[in-house]
Design a protein around this ligand. Structure first.
Ligand SMILES: [Zn+2]
Ligand SMILES: [Zn+2]
Length: 329
């Protein structure tokens, strides 16, 4: 099923023509739980990975113990809660059986799990250029893969540490059959396998990023016309490629390519939630349906970045294959 962002409440540039030159396209990925394969674009799905290429690991999380939950337990907890909320029950009866509660508690409490050596990273996103208009293609690459170490990293701003790989899919003739799994993860950082429904939308800069004069104009216009620039007209919610940066709780600061110092632009935004309270960005196909509390329809990836923020990956505008930078907003 396609996913369609509802039309914006007004045509911004008809009211404020100065915004025309600030428009950028973003591709909303619209992840939804599914069973992606290595030939699909996905969030949290398996990667098309050459068997001879070492799988990325994190030296910072090398044991002898990792504090977290096992991947099978995290997946079991999600399955248990999904099934429990779906079954009918009498008022006042427990949602979970004793056995189910034991698994849920084990994940929620965490444990020290023995780990010997650098912990393998987990797949976060795999994007084929055919599915994502405007995806950069350094050296003819038609596939980009993002992995992360599913724990907070102090040096990265208390978010997962990320790795980006660009590939030519046809060159992967010996795909890795069984990628390594970490013994433990932070459950909020293990993406639920999702298939994607890419949709191109137009974005304008977050209010913090506007030149002062335009910020003033849009503020006056908002008051006059009762419009909400930040929440309905500027930056789309949810996981996406490209577009503008969703600066929110901190003022923008300059970021540059760690390899050549050139400007960087948003590559991938991993969001905690696909739409927020005002539902302006909730796809038409998802509207009006009644859901149990778990899984929440606006949280298909089951990721929680900080207190419900975004993790953005930026790439060099000159050479996308250069090292990337990340930022949480
Ligand atoms: Zn790590
Ligand atoms: Zn660069």
């Amino acid at each position: 099923m396609v996913r369609t962002t509802p039309p914006r409440p007004v045509d911004l540039t008809a009211h404020l023509p100065a915004f025309t030159s600030l428009a950028r396209t973003a591709v909303r990925l619209h992840p939804r739980p599914g069973e992606p394969t290595t030939s699909d674009s996905s969030i949290g799905g398996p990667l098309l990975w050459p068997a001879r290429e070492p799988w990325p690991t994190c030296a910072e999380h090398a044991g002898p113990f990792l504090e977290g939950a096992s991947v099978p337990d995290v997946m079991a907890r999600r399955r248990i809660l999904t099934q429990a909320w779906a079954r009918p029950r009498e008022r006042g009866t427990n949602l979970l059986t004793e056995d189910e509660k034991a698994v849920v508690d084990r994940v929620d409490d965490g444990a020290e799990i023995a780990q010997d050596g650098p912990s393998p990273m987990v797949p976060v996103a795999q994007l084929y250029a055919r599915d994502v208009p405007g995806l950069p293609s350094p050296d003819g690459a038609d596939l980009v893969q993002v992995l992360w170490c599913p724990f907070d990293h102090e040096d990265d701003g208390y978010v997962p540490s990320t790795v980006v790989r660009w590939r030519v899919a046809a060159e992967v003739t010996d795909p890795l059959a069984a990628p390594p799994l970490p013994v433990a993860v932070e459950d909020n950082y293990l993406p639920q396998p999702c298939v994607l429904h890419p949709e191109t939308v137009v974005e304008y800069p977050a209010p913090h990023c506007l030149p002062e004069e335009l910020a003033g104009q849009v503020h006056e216009w908002e008051k006059r016309e009762e419009q909400k620039y930040q929440y309905e007209l500027s930056v789309a919610t949810g996981c996406k490629v490209g577009g503008h940066a969703p600066w929110s709780f901190s003022d923008p600061y300059p970021m540059s390519c760690p390899d050549c110092g050139a400007d960087v632009e948003p590559l991938l935004t991993i969001a905690s939630s696909e739409w927020d309270g005002n539902q302006s960005w909730q796809p038409i196909e998802d509207a009006g349906t009644d859901h149990p509390p778990f899984p929440a329809p606006h949280e298909p990836t089951m990721l929680m970045i900080g207190r419900g923020y975004h993790l953005q990956l930026y790439t060099c505008v000159a050479f996308p294959e250069h090292g990337h930078v990340t930022n949480m907003q």
